[in-house]
Design a protein. Structure first.
Length: 269
């Protein structure tokens, strides 16, 4: 049997992919056995030993400085150890993520690039959870619409790319089925939770100050603020059919995501 290494295997996308693959999965994270650490190349050979396919989710962000070098180095190490298939999680409409994509394409093994829209799960498993709990989603996004993607759909597409033929050499644009502004997401979250939740537009400077106040590490604030400016300027405000093309079913809607998370009680805390 072959082993699939899932980098970021304890994160939002990686743990869903690992759960779908079931057996013969190795979690690539600092908590994995053996551990994998992006900052420590000495951990890479053991993590890649006996592996035939790798899902690459880079931390902290595939568009941040240094990502292409790290992703390329891991991809080359993987190929040198006999890995035959690489699936990279990338960002949709993010020119700064393209060098990491090119680094994977250049290695010479089968590759698939998954260019993803903003995750719906940012509101439940990431940096917007506290905003939802506080009732104010405050971002430098104005009234730009984004086709939010359910990470469960990303996981289904990634598993297809890791296990089925026909996805090598493909770059997929993964979006949800509907364009929503952040004010729209607040309305959906109000409907799902019955709680008062609103959207507030911040300037980039106000956002940087709020992020610092919230304890975000200083080295992440500037790239994150720049990322918002680059991604949330309207150029991604269009839908893709790639989730349906790969899975043969429509992508999941934000309203269904919000209803399911609300039912768990997470947002009632
Ligand atoms: N959020 C979005 O809307 C969005 C949209 C498009 C693309 N993306 C891309 O998604 C990627 C993140 O994927 P995700 O959201 O699925 O992951 P995530 O939930 O942010 O989880 C991070 C993962 O990285 C691991 N990790 C952290 N530091 C590490 C290190 N030094 N060495 C090895 N592993 C480390 C963590 O495991 P341990 O703590 O156990 O090590 C964890 O498994 C980023 O590249 C981002 O650019 C995000």
């Amino acid at each position: 049997m072959t082993t699939t290494l899932v980098l970021g295997g304890t994160g939002k996308s990686g743990r869903r992919i690992a759960a779908r693959l079931g057996r013969n999965v190795r979690l690539g994270s600092r908590r994995g056995t053996p551990p994998f650490d992006w900052d420590d190349p000495a951990t890479w050979p053991a993590a890649l030993d006996g592996v035939s396919a790798v899902y690459i989710s880079y931390y902290p962000d595939v568009s941040f400085p240094g990502a292409a070098e790290r992703v390329g180095a891991v991809a080359r190490a993987a190929a040198a150890q006999g890995v035959q298939r690489l699936v990279l999680l990338s960002g949709r409409g993010e020119p700064d993520a393209e060098p990491a994509e090119d680094a994977v394409r250049a290695v010479g093994v089968d590759w698939t690039v998954l260019r993803c829209s903003w995750f719906m799960q940012n509101f439940s498993e990431h940096f917007l959870l506290q905003s939802v709990l506080d009732g104010v989603i405050a971002l430098p996004a104005a009234d730009v619409a984004e086709p939010f993607l359910d990470v469960d759909d990303l996981a289904d597409v990634a598993v297809a790319a890791l296990t089925e033929p026909g996805h090598a050499g493909r770059t997929y644009d993964l979006t949800g089925p509907r364009l929503l502004t952040f004010a729209d997401t607040a309305a959906e979250l109000r409907r799902a939770t019955g709680r008062a939740i609103r959207y507030q537009t911040l300037t980039p400077e106000q956002y940087a100050t709020a992020a610092a106040d919230a304890g975000l590490p200083a080295e992440e604030i500037e790239p994150l603020t720049e990322l918002f400016a680059r991604v949330l300027d309207g150029h991604n405000a269009h839908l893709s059919e790639d989730v349906t093309r790969v899975l043969g079913r429509p992508a999941r809607d934000f309203a269904d995501y919000a209803k399911d998370v609300a039912a768990t009680g997470l947002w009632a805390r």
